[in-house]
Ligand binder design. Structure first.
Ligand code: NAD
Ligand code: UDP
Length: 344
């Protein structure tokens, strides 16, 4: 059985991918510093799959410790999710973001090379397409015109991985550009619930639906889109996880660096997301229009043809599925927290 190291495996996308890999018959080993997650997510992965696996609390910045994990484990490939991802925070703390994301990746690549592991799947983002490309975004469009340090770390790491593959034909990498992942595993045991006031749309809608925040600010209603609000390509995190399974299978058969969009190919506006959520949950989401958010683009979505043709992967879940599963996770989590509080 192939053994896959999953960095950032306790996080939102990582935990769903761990489920998919375990269910596909891969062995895994998780490396996470739990800076934005908790070991409880890994226990939930074990519960969902009925399989156990090793996990290490390790920061990618601790290169020696990382090296010890490669000594202990026979790794065949790495899926690299670990990174900081808050756009606004990256503008405030660029050094933290460059160090964590870029230095962390360089440490990982050095240890992979030292231990003869030269297959890597990297979590990139649609943000690398920047401001100047026409929609839908295609993998062969120019990248690098990023608008914030977070996006620049993704563009830099993409460049590093492509240079590495050019320099040594033994290296195989896959750069996956995610669009907007939302939703949760249908079990409701893993999902996304950020600390503090959320920045992203779906977690914010959840807080309003829970009554923890009074209303949603819809950033901009004068964009040149069908209802004036911003349009994005929302994708169910379980579809994304399946995409990683397909990417990994292909990684063992390919040579060099390849790039795939993981999106649905279809955009939804903020108001469409709100309406769909209300229909699925039966809970109203009050909103008010607010000024455009700095740095936001009016509309973008993926051209999803390449992943379909070459990986045989296509998103299956609808926006209604995504809203239902996000809400199911939040409700279950609230119930579990209440139960824990009652028994204290
Ligand atoms: P997440 O924050 O839930 O998961 C990231 C995980 O990495 C967390 O468990 C965190 O504790 C861990 N981590 C961070 N820095 C680390 C370090 N130095 N060493 C070890 N572990 C570390 O985020 P996510 O939404 O699951 O995103 C996963 C990846 O996908 C990230 O690289 C992110 O930039 C990328 N991505 C996410 C989105 C999105 O909207 N969620 C979109 C595009 C790309
Ligand atoms: N958005 C919004 N209110 C919020 C959060 C987001 O109107 O509280 C909008 C945002 O302007 C964008 C869309 O929702 O048009 C998706 O934003 P998100 O931050 O989730 O993802 P992004 O595409 O910016 O990475």
């Amino acid at each position: 059985m192939r053994n896959i190291m999953v960095t950032g495996g306790a996080g939102f996308i990582g935990s769903h991918t761990c489920v998919e890999l375990l269910q596909n018959g891969y062995d895994i080993c998780v490396v996470d510093n739990f800076s934005n997650s908790s070991p409880a997510a890994l226990d939930a992965v074990r519960t969902i799959t009925g399989r156990d696996f090793p996990s290490y609390c390790c920061d990618l910045l601790e290169e020696e410790k990382l090296g010890q994990i490669f000594e202990e484990q026979q790794i065949d490939a790495v899926i690299h999710f670990a990174g900081l991802k808050a756009v606004g925070e990256s503008v405030q703390k660029p050094v933290l973001y460059y160090h964590n994301n870029v230095t962390g990746t360089l440490n990982l690549l050095r240890q992979m090379e030292l231990h003869g592991v030269r297959r890597l799947v990297f979590s990139s983002s649609a943000t690398v397409y920047g401001e100047n490309n026409p929609i839908p975004y295609r993998e062969d469009m120019p990248t690098g015109q990023t608008t914030n340090p977070y996006g620049t770390t993704k563009a830099m790491i993409e460049q590093i991985l492509q240079d590495l593959c050019k320099s040594d034909s033994r290296w195989n990498t896959m750069l996956l550009r995610y669009f907007n992942p939302i939703g949760a595993h249908p079990s409701g045991l893993i999902g996304e619930n950020p600390n503090g006031i959320p920045n992203n749309l779906m977690p914010y809608i959840m807080r309003v639906a829970q009554g923890a925040l009074p209303y949603l600010n819809v950033f901009g209603n004068d964009y040149p889109t069908r209802d004036g609000t911003g349009v994005r390509d929302y994708i169910h995190v379980c579809d994304l996880a399946v995409g990683h399974g397909k990417a990994l299978d292909a990684l063992f058969a390919q040579e060099g660096a390849s790039i795939y969009n993981l999106g649905t190919g279809h955009g939804s506006s903020v108001l469409e997301v709100v309406k769909t959520f209300e229909q699925e949950s039966g809970v109203p989401v009050p909103y008010q229009f607010a000024p455009r958010r700095a740095g936001d683009l009016p509309e973008y979505y993926a051209d999803a043809a390449k992943a379909q043709q070459e990986l045989g992967w296509q998103a299956r879940y609808t926006l209604a599925d995504m809203c239902r599963d996000s809400w199911n996770f939040i409700r279950k989590q609230g119930a579990a927290e209440k139960k824990a509080g009652d028994s204290e």
